[in-house]
Design a protein around this ligand. Structure first.
Ligand code: GDP
Length: 246
């Protein structure tokens, strides 16, 4: 099961005092509007429409929280780069985003989504340079990588890596595609690590409970195991140990 599959919308925060008080660890997602941020969150959660909540009226300029596990959150930040009045941008930045990014204790890192065809805009650079001062890690997803061929992908990775190194010493990057799912597992592993969430290996149910036909030894009792003793419990991960007696 994908690590963030249980993600559900939790709340929209417009004012700092309303930040969830139970948060232990959270990861913020930032990026230029249209970079593929919502699609990336949806891919990580394996859920087609989850992050479109953030695009509904009244929510686009605020922090949208998705709960993954108790106390663990993804936080979708407003997309930047929209033609907004400069005073609106300043008010939003100073009133909500800057203090949130700088002082929020449960915030463990920032994921920055950049369209791999147009990476490292001025605003991306400013965001990286500014957030790097917190000492927390930044992970760049070079999104829509399916639109590049192999050579372009490798070149983009190299170029962005070189630029990143100049402005941050705590940043990593990878290719990502919500369409082809390239890089989803890689991102899941890193972000799971940041959040202190481990992916649980999926274990098959006991042989007797599986749908498929599996060759079994004739004398099943000799193994101390039969379909009946499985007791009809269907949850994967349970009954890992066969009962002592058949
Ligand atoms: P946001 O504004 O940053 O949240 O961007 P969206 O996730 O809404 O994506 C913007 C557009 O890019 C939409 O038309 C998506 O279908 C498209 N898009 C997002 N991710 C990918 C991707 O991995 N590959 C391709 N080809 N298109 C993508």
């Amino acid at each position: 099961m994908p690590l963030f599959q249980k993600a559900v919308f939790h709340t929209t925060v417009a004012n700092l005092p309303d930040l969830p008080a139970d948060a232990q660890r959270e990861i913020a997602f930032a990026g230029r509007s249209n970079a593929g941020k919502s699609s990336a969150i949806n891919s990580l959660a394996n859920h087609n429409r989850l992050a479109y909540v953030s695009k509904t009226p009244g929510r686009t300029q605020h922090l949208n929280y998705f709960v993954l596990d108790p106390g663990k959150y993804f936080v979708d930040l407003p997309g930047y780069g929209f033609a907004k009045a400069p005073e609106d941008i300043r008010a939003q930045w100073e009133g909500l985003l800057a203090p949130y990014l700088r002082f929020r204790l449960p915030l463990v890192g920032l994921v920055l989504i950049m369209d791999s065809r147009h990476p490292m805009t001025d605003l991306d650079r400013q965001m990286i340079a500014w957030f790097s001062q917190t000492g927390k890690p930044i992970h760049v997803l070079l999104s829509k990588a399916d639109k590049l061929n192999r050579l372009e992908q490798a070149q983009t990775l190299r170029d962005v890596q070189a630029e990143l190194e100049k402005i941050s010493d705590n940043a990593s990057l990878q290719l990502f595609s919500s369409l082809s799912k390239l890089g989803v597992a890689e991102a899941e592993t890193l972000l799971g690590d940041w959040l202190g969430m481990e992916s649980k290996p999926y274990s098959l149910p006991p042989v007797g409970l599986r749908g498929e036909k599996v060759a079994r030894p004739k004398n099943r009792k000799a193994m101390g195991w039969s379909a009946r003793t499985a007791g009809g419990v269907g949850k994967p991960g349970q009954n890992k140990k066969p009962p002592a007696k058949g």
